[in-house]
Every structure is written in structure tokens, then in C-alpha cells.
Design a protein around this ligand. Structure first.
Ligand SMILES: *Cc1c(COP(=O)(O)O)cnc(C)c1O
Length: 711
């Protein structure tokens, strides 16, 4: 899981800003411009730098849930991590607490409780209880309210917070309000806490992760600069009239953060875990660094430079904090063992290639014809929810699945638009079709009658059997087909057929396909004459599009090509497009061995060495979907193609690495995909297994983790 979540994200802009935000927090605690100009320092540390903590809240919210999906609450792990970090930070600052006389006070137990729950036991540590409580509030609200209501409640909480913070002066002379806030301050020294401050920004982070807005860079930049200017005006005015009790919360901070975060999302690139860790470390340790720099200055009697000059003081603290953070991060990385178990074998899904294929396919489709992405069988092994939600970003709004449960699975995970079930759904399940807004294929007249009996409106597409003799009402049965339009409970949204031989370039097959197409259009025409106009008409799947591109339909039901594949290596097509394979299969070497000549390898002693050789066992097998009948198969390791030897086992296979001396345990082996210049294509692997890519990929094991990457 860890690997997957890490690789899924590609928002390097957010990671860069984490470092900036951590440094902004240092400015708050060192006031760099104080010895230059007080107002300038106020603008920097009490206004601009106030973006830092809301940014951290938003980043937390942004990564709290899997994208496009609020259902499976995976927040437990992240919260536990924050709690642990908070615990460590509390311990880290105990010596300074002691030194400052923290425990000398009488009411210590109550104070400690209050600090741990709200204010933090050291001045910067309030962030941790705030984010923990904030997540608690958000998760509670999301479980119990509609999403926009959650947003509304967080805004109200923020408003309450504002009047205890920057706007306190406004209510301070209204007795009952003042009394209310006085009670609040008994529990928490400030309102910039986990109840009034964090929830809104956490929510904004979640919101941006689930609802991508498509405004241009320019609009966002203008929005950001405008709200920044507004915030400066707001802060200076409030300061001027001495309205602030504290200066963490502003009204203009909300749009400011909204636009800033969106701008950061423009900066794409593989996210960097080191930046994340280092920024968090800088945040945690910088008060210690302030103490150390001050102590050091006293020892070497350089107070006038290192302390009194606020700029130099700030630079020294920042420098020390970064150095210590980088060193700690290095140590931590060294300590952590690579997690082999998790990386036994996996599937890498390149989403940039998915988007590329969509663009290529859209280019060849006639105007008005949309892609209906076929995501049956777990999107041919690629992971249906992630693929569908990624396709939605490429403006694909129709999907086809094989079964009711596949359709429900997509809906439950937030996939919108049309979802057509290509197969048979038992009429007793009609309620689920309605509940999940699924579109059902009518497979013949009797089935239409049975579905109609459910009594509620059901969206359907009629399937016409034009010669494949699989599902569909026979194209000659015009009365039956017309009869379906009389059934009051069926919303007939489309009509389609499926071609059985559109992949073939043989004359016979081409004639047969043309006949199928004619049969279908004759049905459409006859139905039109009777006054029925099914809105959506579709015929082609991948090969239909590539070999019969001129057909003018509402949809093309494209499966295998979206994943960057053809079914067979040798297939020729009328239209040639540049497809990029989306999926690669990788596994690790679990052991390397030297064997002498005449040694058998694996079950049945199918392979016998004829000279001394070096072999490696790879942790992937037929239970993961690598067909056992692959003969003369090969894999890539260290950019070289090497043969698979012996029988493929359930969980492992063996390769010959005699010619690659540097191979060792943990090395990555590419079963399908690219390694340096070498490639093993899905089509090649399918040929070696005596099948087509469609079968090979749809049978990939559930045991393989799907790791999503971008170029
Ligand atoms: C699977 C399927 C498709 C997709 O076929 P590809 O060749 O993968 O594009 C289209 N239509 C129907 C009815 C299917 O069953």
C-alpha cells in the first residue's frame, strides 16, 4: 500500500512548497525583519507567513483520501502517523519545558491536558493536536452529512474562529459574545485550533483532490495575487485599529490558499518523499535550533550579530534547521530496510500513456463519436476504478462493463456518466440497475418483457444480433425489436451490435463484417421508419474503429486499444495509430544461484543445465497471471533479455542470468514492459502463451499490486 500511495502522486509543486512553508514558520518565530522595519516584519510574519499552516492542513486533506473516492476511509494510518510524530515532538521538547519552568506551575495536570489536546506543549506544537482534531471533525462530518454541507459547516466554524482571533476586537465589547469566547479560551488559548481553524483548510484540500477545476493558470494567478493584496490590506487594517487578539486567521486567507494550492497543482512531477520528511523535520526542530543558536551566540559572545541582527539570526536558524533536518532524514532512510515483502511482484500502470492513447483514439474517431471505454474485467487487469476515474479527467464519460457487480463497483467508487452493462443481468436484480443508474443491455425480446415487469424506469440499450450469434435480438425480428419500444418501463437510450471478425483482413471476413454492418443499419432504418429513434447507436470495438473508421456512430466501445495494445502481435489494421502500452509487469529476484552442469531446475526437471550457469529465482508465477504454458519465454533484467528456464511455478519462475554477473537479490525483473532499450511487449508475451493480450491481461492476479505512475 505504501508504495502505491507514494507513486500515485505526482504533485511536486506541493512538495516544494512544503519547504517554503516550513521556512515561513521559522520567520514567524524569528521575525527576520524586526531590526529593519516593524511594519515590513508584520506583513511578512503576521500576514504572508500565515499561509504556511493552512497550506499544511490543505496538503494533509489533499492526500487524506484516495482520489475521487471518499468511501474507504484510509485515514487511520495517516492519523496514527501524526499522533506518533506528535508524541515524539512532545518528548523532544520536554528538556526545554523543564528549563522554562513548565512543570513548576500548580495546576500542572489540567494545563498539560489542555496543552496536549489543544495548545501544544511547546509554542509551535499546537499544529499537531489541531490537525488530529481537524481530521476527526472532518471524518465525522463526511460520514454524517452531504459533502457540500460539510463545507458549509467548516466555514461556519471558521467564522466563529475569526472572531476569537483577528476580529476579536469587533465582538470584545458585546458582553454575551465576549462571555462565550471567554469560556472557549478556558479550554484552548486560541481559536486557531483543530475545531475552528483546521477543518476548513482540510476540507479545501479534500475538495481539490476530488473536484479538479479547470480554470486557466492566468485566472488562478490573478485570483491569487488579488486575494494576497486583499489579505495584506485586511491584516494591516485590523492591526492598525488594534482589533486583533491574535493574527492567524483572516478572511482573505481562504481565497488566497485556494488559489495558491491550485497554482501548486500546476507544477507536475514525481513527488519527493524526502522533501516531505525534511519539511516536517524543519518544522519540528526549528525552535530547538533557535535555542541552540542563542546559546552558541552567548558562548562566543556574538549576541550583537547572531541575535540582535534579526536577518542574520533568521538565516542562522534556518540554515541550522535545514542541515539537521537533512541529516536526520538521511539517517532515517538508512535505518529503514527496503520492504521486500511488498515489492515481490507488481504491475506498473503508466497513466500518462493511458491519456496519450485516448488522445490518439479521439483523433481518428469521426466528429460526434465518443469513446465508451470498456473497463470490464478490472479494466483488462489495469484496475477499473483508477482507470475510469483517470479517463474521466480525459473527458471520457461513458463506460462499459461486463456485469452488474462491476457496474456497482464503479458507481460506489464515484464514477459518473453512462455505465453500460454489456452482459446479462438477472431481472430480479432490476432494483440495483435503477439504484445505481446503470444502463442494461437488452439481450432479446423476452428479456425486455421481463425487465419491464419490474415496474420502474430502467435505462437500456438494445443489442442486435447481426451474425455473431451471441447476445442480442436477431436482426430479422423487426416486430420484436419494435415491440421493445412499446414497453413503458424501458427507457431505450441506444441500440448496438458487435462485430465478430472486424480484426481480420481476409476477404471473407471483411465481407462478413460488411454484411453485419448492413444488417444493423437496416434494423436502424426500419425502426426509424416506424417512428423510433434510439439516441445512441454503436457498432465498433477496437478493431471496428481501426479497420472500419468511416462508420458514423455515437459511441465506439474501445477496450484493448485504450490500454495501448492490439490483441495480436501480427495484426495489421486499416488505420495505424501510435499506441503506448499502459501496463508493465515487474518482480524481484529472490535468490541467485550458481549451478554446475547437468543440474535440473524446477518441477519435473524440465530444464537441465548443460554447463555451469548462474540462475535467479524471480518472485512471480502463474497465480499472478504469468501463463504456465509460456514456451521460450524471456524477461528483462538490467536492460538485457534473458530466458525463462524450466516450468513456471505458482509463485515463482527461474531465469538464466549466466551472462549478467552483477545480478543480485532484490533486482527488478521486467516480465512485460521496457528496461533501458529492451522491450518485451504484451503482444509478444501473449503470443508466447498462445493467446491474445486481452486474455493475458484480464487474467493478471489480484495478488499483484497496481502501482500508478506518470511519465
Ligand atoms: C469486450 C467488448 C468490447 C471491447 O473490445 P476490444 O476489442 O477490447 O476493444 C466491445 N464491445 C463488446 C460487446 C465487448 O464485449
Amino acid at each position: 500500500m505504501g508504495l502505491k500511495q507514494m507513486k500515485e502522486k505526482e504533485n511536486i509543486g506541493i512538495d516544494y512548497f512544503r519547504i517554503i512553508a516550513a521556512i515561513l514558520v521559522i520567520t514567524i518565530h524569528t521575525s527576520p525583519l524586526l531590526s529593519v522595519n516593524e511594519t515590513a516584519d508584520f506583513i511578512l510574519t503576521r500576514i504572508l507567513a500565515r499561509s504556511a499552516v493552512p497550506f499544511f492542513f490543505m496538503a494533509t486533506g489533499f492526500f487524506l483520501f484516495p482520489q475521487n473516492n471518499l468511501k474507504p476511509f484510509k485515514y487511520n494510518k495517516s492519523v496514527l502517523k501524526i499522533v506518533k510524530l506528535y508524541g515524539i515532538a512532545i518528548l523532544l521538547y520536554l528538556p526545554l519545558n523543564f528549563y522554562a519552568g513548565y512543570f513548576a506551575d500548580k495546576a500542572v495536570p489540567i494545563k498539560i491536558l489542555k496543552d496536549i489536546l489543544f495548545d501544544g506543549t511547546f509554542y509551535h506544537l499546537w499544529y499537531f493536536p489541531a490537525v488530529i482534531l481537524g481530521i476527526g471533525v472532518i471524518v465525522f462530518l463526511i460520514k454524517h452529512c452531504r459533502f457540500h454541507i460539510v463545507g458549509f459547516i467548516t466555514v461556519i466554524l471558521y467564522l466563529i474562529g475569526l472572531f476569537g482571533d483577528s476580529y476579536y476586537g469587533v465582538i470584545a465589547h458585546i458582553p454575551f459574545l465576549k462571555a462565550f469566547y471567554d469560556i472557549l479560551f478556558l479550554f484552548s488559548d486560541y481559536t486557531r485550533n483543530g475545531l475552528f481553524f483546521a477543518p476548513l483548510y482540510l476540507f479545501m484540500g479534500i475538495w481539490l483532490s476530488t473536484h479538479r477545476r479547470r480554470y486557466s493558470f492566468k485566472i488562478k494567478m490573478v485570483g491569487f495575487l488579488l486575494s494576497l493584496a486583499l489579505m495584506m490590506a485586511e491584516g494591516l487594517l485590523l492591526h492598525h485599529f488594534s482589533i486583533q487578539r491574535h493574527d492567524s486567521m483572516y478572511i482573505a486567507l481562504i481565497p488566497c490558499m485556494y488559489f495558491l494550492f491550485q497554482l501548486l497543482l500546476f507544477c507536475k512531477g514525481k513527488s519527493n518523499k524526502n522533501l516531505r520528511t525534511i519539511s516536517m523535520l524543519i518544522f519540528i526542530i526549528h525552535p530547538w535550533c533557535i535555542v541552540l543558536i542563542r546559546g552558541f551566540a552567548k558562548i562566543i559572545k556574538a549576541q550583537s550579530i547572531l541575535i540582535d541582527n534579526s536577518i542574520i539570526h533568521f538565516i542562522a536558524v534556518t540554515f541550522l534547521s535545514i542541515i539537521v533536518a537533512v541529516i536526520l532524514n538521511k539517517l532515517w532512510n538508512k535505518l529503514k530496510m527496503p520492504s521486500f515483502q511488498e515489492d515481490r511482484a507488481w504491475v506498473e500502470i503508466n497513466l500518462s500513456n493511458l491519456h496519450h492513447n485516448v488522445v490518439q483514439l479521439k483523433n481518428i474517431l469521426p466528429k460526434g463519436c465518443e469513446i465508451m471505454a470498456v473497463v470490464k474485467a478490472n479494466a483488462y487487469g489495469h484496475g477499473d476504478v483508477r482507470i475510469a476515474s483517470e479517463l474521466q479527467k480525459s473527458d471520457v464519460n461513458a463506460f462499459a462493463v461486463a456485469s452488474l457487480s462491476e457496474g456497482i463497483h464503479l458507481r460506489k467508487n464515484g464514477i459518473k456518466g453512462t455505465i453500460l452493462i454489456l452482459g446479462y443481468t438477472c431481472p430480479q436484480e432490476a432494483a440495483k440497475l435503477v439504484r445505481y443508474h446503470l444502463t442494461q443491455t437488452i439481450i432479446d425480446y423476452n428479456y425486455a418483457v421481463a425487465l419491464n415487469q419490474y415496474g420502474k424506469k430502467i435505462k437500456t440499450h438494445i443489442k442486435i444480433d447481426t451474425g455473431m450469434n451471441r447476445l442480442g435480438e436477431n436482426f430479422n425480428h423487426i416486430d420484436e425489436i419494435a415491440g421493445m419500444f412499446h414497453l413503458p418501463n424501458l427507457i431505450i437510450d441506444g441500440m448496438y451490435t458487435h462485430l465478430s471478425s472486424s480484426d481480420s483482413m481476409l476477404n471473407d471476413d471483411i465481407n462478413f463484417t460488411i454484411q453485419q454492418i448492413e444488417n444493423f443499419y437496416s434494423v436502424v432504418n426500419k425502426i426509424n421508419v416506424l417512428g423510433y429513434y434510439p439516441p445512441k447507436i454503436h457498432i465498433q470495438s477496437t478493431y471496428g474503429v481501426l479497420n472500419y473508421p468511416e462508420l458514423n456512430c455515437s459511441y465506439a466501445r474501445i477496450g484493448v486499444a485504450i490500454y495501448g495494445l492490439l490483441s495480436n502481435e501480427t495484426d495489421q489494421t486499416e488505420v495505424k495509430i501510435d499506441l503506448h502500452p499502459v501496463l508493465s509487469i515487474k518482480a524481484r529476484v529472490s535468490i541467485v544461484k550458481n549451478i554446475s552442469s547437468n543440474q535440473p531446475v524446477g518441477y519435473g526437471r524440465k530444464f537441465i543445465s548443460d554447463s555451469p550457469m548462474k540462475i535467479a529465482t524471480v518472485a512471480i508465477g502463474y497465480a499472478d497471471g504469468i501463463p504456465r504454458n509460456i514456451t521460450c519465454g524471456s524477461v528483462l533484467i538490467k536492460g538485457e533479455k534473458v530466458p525463462i528456464i524450466g516450468n513456471i511455478c505458482m509463485d515463482q519462475l527461474t531465469i538464466d542470468v549466466t551472462n549478467i554477473p552483477e545480478v543480485c537479490q532484490g533486482d527488478i525483473v521486467t516480465i512485460i514492459g521496457q528496461d533501458c532499450g529492451e522491450i518485451i511487449s504484451g503482444e509478444q508475451a501473449a503470443r508466447q502463451a498462445g493467446t491474445i493480450t486481452n486474455e493475458l491481461f484480464s487474467r493478471l492476479g489480484e495478488r499483484l499490486e497496481r502501482v500508478y505512475i506518470f511519465n
